[in-house]
Design a protein. Structure first.
Length: 284
């Protein structure tokens, strides 16, 4: 699949990020954020179908061709938010739209709620708030997270003998994707190593969050969003299983056929999402 895309690298004061650029230079500024363990190719099908937008689709820190955070650092939600702000600063974008999928949707919501004056539009795909604490012991959770961080030092990433085996493994990941989606993600996500291929992503991304917000704290970000917001819910995705959460979200919510990666799994899903967002971005 060929798409009009430009590869760029953004040297921020604290980290270097890779990105894909889509759309006309004078289009509405949009920063696109992919999901956990994905990369900028998450938007390879969708972005070319969106009209009048200048999209910077990032490889988020620790993903794809972007740098990993330094030793001793982590991947807290707030750190991703800061990365996005630094990208906007470097591009000279005082106001910009956000397009996010899954983890990227969560980061987008948090940023739009924390700094509503900076965000013009919020377009979300099957994600809105982070997993929240539900009666768990925060001290116990932190202890387990710290121990897991220590244990990770002795673990090694899996090595796949062929590209095809790596693609098949991604198809059967925590969230299953189509073969075409797995191949697109593998293009930016794999690197050659002795014995075959492994994923470029930082192993620390697999660590559980040491601290979780309460639902009330998480929803505070949703309530502070001041711009137009469109949430696409995948009929066979993650958010559809939480109707009580969706009932509290004051965004425009549209449910579309498909799984969690409906915008990437096939052309028909990408067209459905693109049609929804094209109407959203051009609405008066």
């Amino acid at each position: 699949m060929t798409t009009p895309v430009e590869e760029v690298r953004l040297s921020l004061p604290h980290i270097e990020l890779a990105a894909h650029l889509f759309g006309p230079e004078d289009g509405l500024p949009v920063i696109a954020l992919h999901g956990w363990l994905d990369n900028a190719n998450s938007f390879a099908r969708l972005a070319p179908k969106l009209q009048g937008l200048r999209i910077v689709a990032l490889d988020m820190a620790g993903h794809g061709h972007s740098a990993h955070r330094p030793a001793g650092a982590g991947y807290a939600l707030w750190d991703y938010v800061f990365d996005v702000l630094q990208v906007a600063e470097q591009l000279g974008w005082k106001r910009f739209a956000l397009l996010g999928h899954s983890l990227g949707a969560v980061v987008s919501t948090v940023l739009a709620g924390a700094m509503p004056e900076r965000v013009t539009h919020l377009a979300l795909i099957d994600g809105v708030i982070p997993p929240t604490a539900t009666g768990e012991d925060p001290a116990e959770r932190l202890g387990m997270a710290l121990q897991a961080q220590i244990n990770l030092q002795d673990k090694r990433k899996p090595v796949y003998g062929t590209l095809d085996r790596a693609v098949e493994a991604r198809m059967k990941g925590v969230v299953a994707v189509s073969r075409e989606a797995a191949e697109l993600l593998a293009q930016r996500g794999l690197m050659p190593v002795p014995g075959g291929y492994t994923w470029r992503s930082d192993s620390r991304l697999t660590l559980a969050s040491p601290i979780r917000l309460t639902e009330e704290q998480a929803m505070a970000f949703v309530r502070r969003v001041a711009c137009p917001a469109q949430l696409v819910v995948a009929q066979e995705g993650m958010l559809a299983k939480h109707p009580e959460l969706l009932a509290q979200v004051p965004f425009t919510v549209t449910t579309l056929a498909g799984g969690h990666h409906l915008h990437l799994n096939d052309e028909s899903g990408a067209v459905l999402v693109a049609d929804c967002f094209n109407r959203f971005f051009t609405a008066p």
